[in-house]
Design a protein around this ligand. Structure first.
Ligand SMILES: Nc1ncnc2c1ncn2[C@@H]1O[C@H](COP(=O)(O)OP(=O)(O)O)[C@@H](O)[C@H]1O
Ligand SMILES: [Mg+2]
Length: 437
């Protein structure tokens, strides 16, 4: 089967799929375009700001770099990433491997509320099996290890692991059903430290720092720990249209310009198209600032455009963006000294000065931003005890401490001077010489 024409569907209520439009392979196979259907043009919504409801073929703007493939706007978030592509190559073995195959074979459990079908009259995704249950996580782990080692797997094994290929990211993962809800399982992958347990410890520490996080649990398996993360784009059987930070930022970037992939740009978007009720947009921007500071101090340098997401709230009614819970937050243990996301005037430098430099983009006065930094520092100062309580071994803690408590980061925590950012007292107005006394 050659998948040159696919249809995009919207599945907020999976029992009532709605046809969105047609997808086509463009730019010599490097891009995928979208043309909204008549019904969606009349009653749908713009999937992202760069896909307005107009009757044209939306193309990916600008020239794509030689090694880059991208579907237009929010459609790009409906495709798998490195791990998912590996599963598809291994399990489905399509003859051709273009963006279209990856979009189609990602199946029905992909990120957000979009779906891909070979038909524009019925939603018929790639067939799948029910998600494996928690009791099958050990079995899943064994299958995932086989895929990592490029060993053959049986048809039965292919069925349980297939759904996990629909999500993004590079690390081996799968989807499981826990009590009727979908959770992402992330497995140990032979790293020198217990990464799944460390991810759980970091996420719960982030929560203490006032960051909204996706719920995590640790599962003990024969060959190491796994961490399960509850999906934030599913709610009682409904699916929430969600976009990555990269999609949101690219959508507001004028054609021909480089997108400014970073926290300040994302904060501006949140303040502009976030939820104004109860100042949720301001609070989201403030929380994003906190996340940036936490990531810097905890050595989570892998904070790239797909590791932040936005939920689209009431999409049919002037959809507003809400910062999704944090996920994939853990020390990278690389000590590279720069973040993947721009933090401020000094670009991606992993420093608090850089984080403070554009606090206005987050709607914060320097004094307010400095108070946030101080609060995050107080929590990060407890990381060792918190990690130990979560069960992380002393050996792993010492290993991580080389970075988190290394000179670069520890000095920044110790020397941050909140007083430096106090707003100077307002100048007294000079008495007017003309004032009557
Ligand atoms: N809790 C979650 N709910 C919904 N989507 C998620 C969740 N966690 C991860 N994802 C999606 O899956 C992708 C990969 O997950 P991530 O934890 O980042 O894995 P990796 O460590 O491989 O990068 C993310 O970029 C995001 O799109
Ligand atoms: Mg990730």
């Amino acid at each position: 089967m050659r998948l040159d024409d696919l249809s995009l569907w919207y599945l907020a209520d999976p029992s009532v799929p709605r046809y969105v439009g047609d997808l086509k392979l463009v730019s010599s196979g490097k891009g995928v375009s979208l043309h909204y259907g008549t019904e969606w043009l009349a009653h749908g919504f713009a999937l992202s700001e760069d896909l307005p409801l107009v009757d044209i073929e939306h193309l990916t703007p600008g020239r794509l770099a030689a090694d880059t493939q991208r579907a237009v706007g929010a459609v790009d978030d409906a495709r798998p990433d490195r791990w998912g592509e590996k599963v598809i190559r291994f399990v489905d073995k399509p003859k051709r491997l273009s963006l279209m195959e990856y979009l189609y074979y990602a199946g029905d459990d992909r990120f957000g509320a979009l779906g891909v079908s070979t038909s524009s009259s019925t939603y018929s995704p790639r067939a799948g099996s029910p998600l494996p249950r928690l009791e099958q996580v050990q079995q899943l782990s064994d299958v995932v290890a086989k895929i990592e080692a490029s060993e053959p797997i049986s048809a039965l094994e292919a069925n349980i692991v297939r759904a996990g290929g629909s999500l993004g990211g590079a690390k081996p993962k799968a989807l499981v059903d826990i009590g009727g809800e979908q959770w992402v399982v992330k497995f140990f992958n032979g790293e020198p430290v217990d990464v799944p347990l460390i991810e759980h410890a970091t996420m719960t520490l982030a929560e203490r720092a006032g960051i909204t996080v996706a719920m995590t649990r640790v599962i003990h398996l024969a060959d190491g720990n796994a961490v399960v993360v509850r999906r934030f784009d599913r709610e009682q059987g409904r699916r929430i249209h969600s976009i990555s930070a990269g999609t949101a930022i690219r959508a507001v970037t004028p054609s021909g310009e480089e997108p400014e992939m970073g926290y300040p740009a994302l904060a501006r978007i949140l303040r502009r198209v976030g939820i104004t009720q109860d100042n949720i947009n301001q609070r989201d921007a403030r929380e994003l600032f906190r996340r940036m500071v936490f990531n810097i101090l905890l050595d989570n340098t892998d904070d790239h455009e797909k590791n932040h997401s936005l939920l689209v709230v009431n999409p049919f009614d002037n959809g507003r963006l809400k910062l999704a819970p944090a996920y994939d937050v853990l020390p990278t243990n690389s000590g590279q000294g720069y973040q993947e996301f721009i933090c401020g005037a000094l670009g991606r430098d992993s420093t608090l000065d850089n984080a403070m430099s554009q606090c206005d983009a987050f709607g914060l006065l320097p004094a307010e931003a400095a108070a946030e930094v101080t609060a995050v520092i107080a929590v990060v100062n407890t990381w060792k005890e918190h990690f130990a309580e979560a069960g992380v071994t002393q050996r792993d803690i010492e290993d991580l401490a080389e970075r988190i408590d290394g000179e670069e980061l520890l000095n920044q925590r110790a020397n941050f001077d909140q007083a430096r950012f106090q707003t100077p007292p307002a100048k007294r107005r000079r008495a007017s010489p003309f004032r009557r006394t």
